[in-house]
Design a protein around this ligand. Structure first.
Ligand code: NDP
Length: 284
């Protein structure tokens, strides 16, 4: 018998109007002929509890969580993954053994990008710029993957210190904090550098305020900015001979992880990558 009911998935956030996740995932569902419908939903601050109740009532198969709800959502879920608990942030919700379960795939998408190029982080020393949502997810995943030490560099102390405390308390990596109040000179022994700030997102000319003279070809440099193939930050690193990773890989990889969690099927990554590039007007 034909089923007219669609499996609902989507994203809750505010602002969310310009979030491209739906275009990427829907392209994947359509390519696989899966009866899933992605809905991008504006859920304002203070309305999340009702939205999650609605999700349960309407039998959503899963939901993505974006700002400002990534931390608040934890209290409305039945369970969260151990690493999302360390981060204190969830960006994907799905059903696991009948329970509404929270996971964070931001950092996992980042780690997949590195693994795809056989880049192993174990035993290395990392510097992560920023201490917001993306930084928390990436830094904790780096620590759980065996990074030896992580320096968190942030313009505000409280956020930075809370991330450092979370890493030192719950992982074997040694984390420290540097207050970012001028041009940041990279320590000589840095092996991985990540721009996890929003600098470079709205204005492509903006670059994180580091001393670019301290970049060395032994460093691997990553930028999370998700709407460009390259950034001025990455171009400077390339000029120094560094291996670089852009934020597009992280975005597509985390969409493929959501796809699997929500449908149980392996995602058609090529189709989803193409859809993302089309949304951002990026030439193949
Ligand atoms: P948040 O707002 O949570 O964090 C932003 C971070 O950037 C904070 O640490 C903030 O510092 C810092 N920051 C902002 N302006 C400056 C500045 N001028 N100099 C130094 N630091 C600054 O945002 P998210 O972590 O959610 O997002 C950060 C970036 O990551 C965005 O560009 C987002 O698009 C991208 N992203 C990419 C993903 C991908 O898949 N590629 C996934 C998720 C996010 P403070 O808090 O102290 O003000």
């Amino acid at each position: 018998m034909k089923c007219y009911r669609e499996n609902l998935v989507g994203v809750f956030g505010d602002p969310v109007d310009e979030n491209p996740t739906g275009a990427i995932l829907q392209a994947g569902f359509d390519a696989m002929k899966l009866n899933y419908r992605f809905i991008t939903v504006k859920v304002s601050d203070g309305c999340l509890e009702d939205a999650i109740r609605g999700m349960r009532a309407m039998n959503f198969s899963g939901i993505g969580i974006t700002m400002p709800h990534k931390q608040t959502v934890l209290k409305y879920l039945d369970e969260v993954s151990p690493d999302a608990a360390i981060m204190g942030a969830v960006n994907t919700v799905y059903w696991k053994k009948g329970k509404l379960y929270g996971e964070n795939v931001d950092g996992k998408g980042f780690m997949m990008s590195l693994k795809e190029k056989n880049f192993d982080v174990a035993g290395k020393k990392a510097v992560v710029l920023g201490a917001g949502g993306a930084s928390r997810a990436i830094s904790v995943e780096l620590a759980l993957a065996g990074v030896r030490a992580i320096t968190i560099v942030n313009i505000e102390e409280k956020q930075g210190m809370s991330l450092v405390d979370a890493i030192n308390t719950s992982t074997s990596a040694k984390a420290d904090f540097v207050l970012w109040n001028g041009s940041y000179a990279l320590p000589d022994d840095t092996e991985i550098l990540v721009n996890a700030t929003s600098v470079g997102f709205s204005n492509e000319k903006d670059m994180p305020n580091i001393d670019y003279g301290t970049l060395k070809d032994t460093m691997t440099v990553c930028d999370v900015i998700p709407n460009r193939v390259t950034t001025r930050f990455l171009e400077s690193a390339k000029e120094k001979g560094c291996l670089t990773f852009n934020g597009l890989g992280m975005l597509v990889n985390q969409a493929t992880l959501c796809f699997k969690l929500w449908t149980g099927e392996n995602a058609p990554k090529d189709v989803m990558e193409k859809a993302l590039k089309k949304e951002f007007g990026i030439e193949e």
